[in-house]
Design a protein around this ligand. Structure first.
Ligand code: BES
Ligand code: ZN
Length: 461
């Protein structure tokens, strides 16, 4: 049975305090990719990542793009015949707002009850950083790694990764690899290491409804002019039928059957609906009828409102007929739905149902393809052994409702299998106030990844 190698374990234990302090430094950088006022911080986080890779013993370069920089770290000293493994992660984070709902400030990392609270702690700086430290342990203790390594860290994952696929295409030779490893997801439950078998894709839209040229007195005009807020509400109400199915014509045409063995695995996972409901703090569960919660989350597409804006929303009452209304709407996609086709269907549907008397426009903001793993072969066997060694229990195979847009591109451009092993936990508040990462998962995850390199080293491509 595989165990965590004693030399690496001792190194990580001896350097624990310094590693934690460095992680805090990383988390203090407010690298919010969505906000241009943070561009200088995002650039700083890219440089910080490169410096951290160099300190670990890799060569690192920072590449400017039309968006945020891409960081590439490399170590190519493995013996002839060894495989090349690419580690991907992202150093950008989601906006921290609403700031007043954080117990401690978002960019002042704070540990309470074994949880490290900070924006980006789990998504994804903590998980990217544990990879860098696992590499550092190998290079510090043994002066070498069993495989050639490429680390690819981007700063636009949280805004759709628009410039990463072109970067990978332009550098396909340099980034050529036999496997991709990513930690940007969660374990199914505490103590239960997990390998992801799927991710949903995404098609993100902004819908604008324009009525009169300016806001109007709702007494002088109300009842005789089409109200854009009501028009938008009517448009949104056509997205689902009463059973929770998406009613946009053609929406399900490309949805593929889910393999029977994956459905069986899903049913064997310890999942409690009521626990899930309570953790979400929601009065009830909902969704498409005929499917379990995990099936809804992992195997079915969605069409959700992410934001709404119209009219007067300040204190008290204002009698006004708004000139315009806006909704942010995103669809999570499953194999084999294509974001470009969903864009076409959404635009045709909104044009068809928009009430007369207003102008409705749909803009596609970004998209990403869904992804499903093969889950067999030496990469996954190595991952199973390494996770079992570090966590003391065999990993489970899970699905995921979230998206990592570049994953499909790795398969498409680099033709390499992708292993997704995440060390987050349910309830970790990613994208929300009080995001946290379990300190125990950080250190155990680091040991699992350090072990994974040895397991990958015994394989040839
Ligand atoms: N780390 C997440 C992906 C994820 C989400 C994994 C939920 C596990 C559970 C990633 O950083 C993320 O948030 N992705 C975005 C992608 C989008 C902006 C294109 C997402 O899923 O919303
Ligand atoms: Zn995220």
């Amino acid at each position: 049975m595989t165990v965590v190698p004693a030399d690496l374990d001792a190194y990580l234990g001896a350097h624990d305090a310094r590693i934690t302090q460095e992680l805090f430094d990383f988390l203090r950088i407010p690298s919010v990719s969505a906000r241009s006022e943070h561009d200088v911080d995002t650039a700083h986080a890219a440089e910080w990542t490169a410096a951290s890779l160099r300190a670990a013993g890799l060569e690192a370069t920072v590449h400017q793009t039309a968006g945020h920089p891409v960081v590439v770290g490399e170590w190519r000293g493995a013996p002839a015949g060894a495989q090349t493994v690419l580690v991907y992660g992202h150093y950008d984070v989601q906006p921290a707002e609403p700031l007043e709902l954080w117990t401690s400030p978002a960019f002042e990392p704070t540990v309470r009850d074994g949880r490290l609270y900070a924006r980006g702690s789990v998504d994804d700086k903590g998980q990217l950083f544990l990879h860098i430290k696992a590499l550092e342990a190998h290079l510090a203790v043994r002066g070498k790694l069993p495989c050639n390594v490429i680390v690819l860290a981007e700063g636009e994952e949280e805004v759709g990764s628009a410039h990463l696929a072109p970067f990978i295409e332009a550098n396909a030779q340099r980034l050529a690899c036999d496997a991709v490893v990513i930690s940007d997801s969660a374990m199914f439950a505490p103590g239960l290491p997990s390998i992801l078998s799927s991710l949903r894709g995404l098609a993100y839209f902004e819908i604008n409804v324009q009525g009169p040229a300016q806001d109007l007195h709702s007494g002088s005009y109300g009842g005789a002019i089409v109200n854009p807020a009501m028009a938008l509400a009517r448009i949104l109400s056509t997205f689902h039928d009463a059973s929770g199915k998406i009613a946009i014509p053609g929406f399900y045409d490309a949805v593929a059957e889910w393999p029977a063995h994956v459905r069986t695995q899903m049913k064997s996972l310890p999942f409690d609906d009521e626990h899930f409901r309570a953790e979400a703090g929601s009065p009830a569960l909902g969704g498409e009828s005929g499917y379990t919660v995990l099936e809804r989350l992992w195997t079915r597409p969605t069409c959700e409102v992410n934001g709404l804006l119209s009219g007067y929303t300040g204190e008290g009452a204002k009698t006004v007929l708004p000139a315009r209304a806006m909704a942010k709407v995103s669809c999570r996609l499953v194999p084999d739905q294509d974001p470009a086709e969903i864009e076409r269907l959404m635009k045709a549907h909104v044009a068809n149902v928009a009430p007369a008397g207003v102008t409705a426009t749909v803009t596609h903001l970004h998209g990403g393809r869904p992804w499903r793993a093969e889950l067999n072969g030496p990469l996954f066997d190595a991952a199973r052994r390494a996770l079992a060694a570090a966590f003391g229990t065999e990993p489970v195979i899970t699905g995921e409702g979230g998206s990592i847009p570049v994953v499909g591109d790795f398969a498409r451009i680099l033709h390499a299998p992708v292993l997704l092993v995440g060390f987050g936990l349910p309830g970790e508040n990613a994208h929300a106030p009080d995001e946290w990462m379990s300190m125990e998962n950080f250190t155990t995850g680091m040991r699992a990844i350090a072990t994974l390199w040895d397991e990958l080293g015994v394989q040839t491509p």
